[in-house]
Design a protein around this ligand. Sequence first.
Ligand SMILES: Cc1cc2nc3c(=O)[nH]c(=O)nc-3n(C[C@H](O)[C@H](O)[C@H](O)COP(=O)(O)OP(=O)(O)OC[C@H]3O[C@@H](n4cnc5c(N)ncnc54)[C@H](O)[C@@H]3O)c2cc1C
Length: 425
Amino acid sequence: MSFNSGLGMERSYYTATANPFTPAPKLEGEAQADVVVIGGGYTGLHAALNAAERGFSVILLEAGRIGWGASGRNGGQMIPGWRKGTGDLIARYGESKARTLFDLALEARALTSERIEKHNIQCDLRTNGHLTLATKPSDPSWMRDEAETLARVMNYTRTRVLSADEAAAAVEAPGFHGAFLDEGGGHLHPLNYALGLAEAARNAGVQLYEDSRVSRLETQSGVVAHTAQGVVRARYGVLACDALLGDLEPRLASRIMPVANYLVATEPLAQSLIANDHAVSDSRFVVNYFRMSADNRLIFGGGERYTPDPPADIAAFAQKHMLSIFPQLANARIDYAWGGLVSISMTRMPHIGRMGDLFYAHGYSGQGVLIPALAGKVIAEAMRGTAERLDILASIAPPEFPGGAMLRSPLYVLGMLWYALRDRL
Ligand SMILES: Cc1cc2nc3c(=O)[nH]c(=O)nc-3n(C[C@H](O)[C@H](O)[C@H](O)COP(=O)(O)OP(=O)(O)OC[C@H]3O[C@@H](n4cnc5c(N)ncnc54)[C@H](O)[C@@H]3O)c2cc1C
């Protein structure tokens, strides 16, 4: 069992349909590079690839298997923008900075497609848009405001609000009050995207290591990363461990919080449930999200759990949420079920920045398929001496969770249960 297996990853749909990938060796002995990247998910892989393209020698250390963290397990939904809507961004940061942040998020969307195209990554990319279904009768009102603000302030005209009838035609699920369509969204096979990035990094000269958990970091001058059987000395380090960071860097741990989330994949269905192959979420606080796979299965995620132990039956746990939206699937076989840890921040904005020679990016709060392409690029730019964009992202750092790393969980659970209860009411 590797460091980042568990929660059913071995039996996930993504593992069963993964493209071939030659495993990387374990780090043994001493090594030196310009940059050591810790973590082999989207963040680490983009940072490594961008650094290598800018002429740095790069070593990437992955504790388990490359892509087996959140990056290889997620819903595969490409949702443009940030986890917080534009109205929230403007209220929090003012119009000018909100515009800058929104443009950065659009760049992330573009960079993701460019990477997939440039490296010919076979990851079932679909670019028909992302749909947010209106769960409450009041949702279409904020959706209209959001579409209007996006057009007026962000000059982004790819969104529109669908009526209840249009939503019902788009997704075969009863009872929604409308929907918000963002034509810039889409979906992909998340693990194959990660493995494709790893292959691209390898081709760019990055030395990849798996089964090489960093147990200790020295950051006084440059970065020294120690594993059980080796050590890497580098000018710069990138911490890209997201929800699996643990206590490796206590100065960062209290900014993010891991929350477990579970998915199922049905058997291949005779007919698609989503007319235009959108990626779809609903507007609940504890969000349900789903899409069709390339072989016409419904891939459905929903229902968070705030206790560290997984449900006894992951399939039954996620299936219950699926049937609340698609009752017609009562007899559909569940072929795969798995879960993963999402790292969330207090503000739902990521925590990106640097401490001396150590860069970090994590806490995408459930919207981390696209942003890592930007985070990795901006970190590499800063290593090359242009820190302007990193500084912008660092300026929105989320605060620590109340209670710090020790107490964040019980306090947070109380808060989340309150919002989950509001969803139900
Ligand atoms: C169930 C689930 C569903 C999601 N759905 C969506 C979605 O539909 N759309 C969306 O935009 N986002 C989604 N997300 C979020 C998204 O998957 C993440 O934000 C993103 O994958 C984070 O990438 P990462 O590289 O930062 O972290 P990860 O992919 O988790 O990679 C971190 C890596 O660091 C390694 N690591 C940890 N500690 C060490 C160490 N000490 N030494 C070496 N390596 C270490 C881990 O093994 C891991 O491989 C979802 C997440 C989950 C869990």
